[in-house]
Design a protein around this ligand. Sequence first.
Ligand code: GLC
Length: 716
Amino acid sequence: MNSEQIQQLIAEMTLEEKVGQLTQFAGVFYSTHENDTPLTGRIDFPVNETIIEASGSVLGIAGAKKLIDIQEMHLQKSRLKIPLLFMADVINGYETIFPIPLGLGSTWDPELVEELQAVSAKEAASAGLHVSFAPMVDLVRDPRWGRVMESTGEDPYLNEQFAEATVRGLQGSDLLHNMDHIAACVKHFAAYGAAEAGRDYNTVDLSERELREMHMPAYIAALNAGVKLVMTAFNTVHSIPASANTQLLRGMLRKEYGFDGVVISDYGAVQELIPHGVAENEEEAAEKALRAGVDIDMMSLCYAQSLSELIHEKKLDESLLDEAVERILQLKNDLGLFEDPYRATSEEREQATLGHASHKQLARKAAEKSAVLLKNENVLPLQDRERLALIGPYADNNDLLGEWSIFGKMEDTATLKDKLEPTFYAKGAEMYERNQKLLDEALHIANQADIIVLALGEGRDRSGEGRSRASITLAPCQIELAKKLKELGKPIVVTLFNARPLDLSELEPYVDAILECWHPGSEGAAAIINLLFGKANPSGKLTMSFPRATGQIPVYYNSYQTGRPLPAGSDERFFSRYIDIANEPLYPFGFGLSYAAFEYSQLRATNLNLQKTETLTVEVDVTNTSDVAGEEIVQLYLQDPVAEVVRPVKELKGFKKILLAPHETKTITFEINEEMLRYHHSDLTYSSDPGTFFVYINGSSKCDEANKLELQLIHS
Ligand code: GLC
């Protein structure tokens, strides 16, 4: 359809038909099949047939046969034959599940993520879906929040890269004609990751500067990549919930950032304006949300039951409704749904697409590259399987897909034990409960082995939405298991399966190696075995700091120095410090070991003065001083030591992932320009200042004077 035809269609629509396009309800209200799709929120309202029949899009159900049936039934009843949109959360894969996004971020490989998100789209499209509620690009600094698993971490620049890569992977370059792609929906606008105390749905209260400096870049990157939808966050922004925040939606998103696509509320967020205390009732919630710019009301009755009345009573102008309808119909048109409401989906295509061998290979590669080697006291890679004991509650556990693997198949997911086939195996403890019998068995078994692989972590039942934790330690029974095994005097290698940074302070001294595996997806077990035995060399680096203690949260690398920075090695009182732990995290942003070893030398610049209109090149030599090939993520950080407002002690501004053969040296170069030194001033102007700045290049955010260059920015 062209725009005239869309206008014509709107002109023919009744008020009720228009309102219907602005509502979205869960698949459970549609499916004539046994609906096996888990819900992503509460259902605490009755929905009647009329409301469902009028609705324009469906949430959270997938499967070629199901969606073909639902679409057919809908079109038979639709007077104007306006097709349904099918939307669902395909965050890290559809049936082939990739590592959780916090793991994918640890690859520092946007090209890989674009590739695997294209596979996710292909599988989801074959199952009849049109939209995925991804990428989630919320910047995170608080691992108490269960949803850090969906994010790519604490750095705005890195989050920008993955936001763009995910949109491009899901949408491709020709959404209308390429049926293997689906529309993407960036979320949650805005700053949902800054919930106070890491408690889900809690207040977010940021300065406008912090919002723009840290949180907005990744949303903007998704918009610039052409994302088709934006989802409003549950939380407040400047004390107004996002779904009623006109300045945020019509001011920033549409006017300043130029977004003209569909804005969909998060699940029930329009109705939640009432408990938030900015709406008296559902009628006022509907009025505020539409005025603010929410096009689709997901899983609430506010729009469905109030908009018509509000327009009849002239409390709302119908033009507001028409503009939302137009954006929704345009999205359906961008997907070609008026020509083909099924987008060529079929059971045959679905069958041929889901779980394809090439998808599994990619899932294994992604899991290998997501893992982060946190500690290795010369025990990895393992040489010999024979004398190995595999112990722990995650040893024979298929809970590897992560909390957003709605359409994944845990039952088909191999466990570490399946893939390792260890000579000795014992569970050692339940995931969260102590069990003396299991502990005794584990100690007995371990005594017969030469080395122990200890599989620990926390399941999907402790991560994701609505699963904040006030303490981020491993379960005490798992710590006890490690300590008891340590008494046997054998090397212990921990494989950690978790979806947030954990406080590993109590575990770390008792083990010889720690491989952070995250929830690694469908092929995670095979990937971890490859890494343990050196068939693959760990290359991942953390994108979120691991605190020493919950009490240290928030701890992140791009912090401000304060007026009393603690001098290295000092324990003097009147400095910014704790008296019971060090200031640094246990493992910092950008950190990750390899079986290889890398040395940085000869940091140099073509010249030390950067003219505002030019670029300059900085170089560093990186040498693999080991006998094994390995990948290294070379990181470029900049620091503005004196500015109009306080500036982070360093900011990631570039990175390169390189492969080095044994004893090979490569010269790595980065281009630096004035744009990289811009920041929001106190009056929110975004610009750079002339003067001194520092350049750091290293294999983690932990840089010292040896990795530092001083340059001048000239504004002449
Ligand atoms: C959930 C989540 C959101 C998801 C939506 C639909 O509550 O907050 O990320 O996309 O509902 O499932």
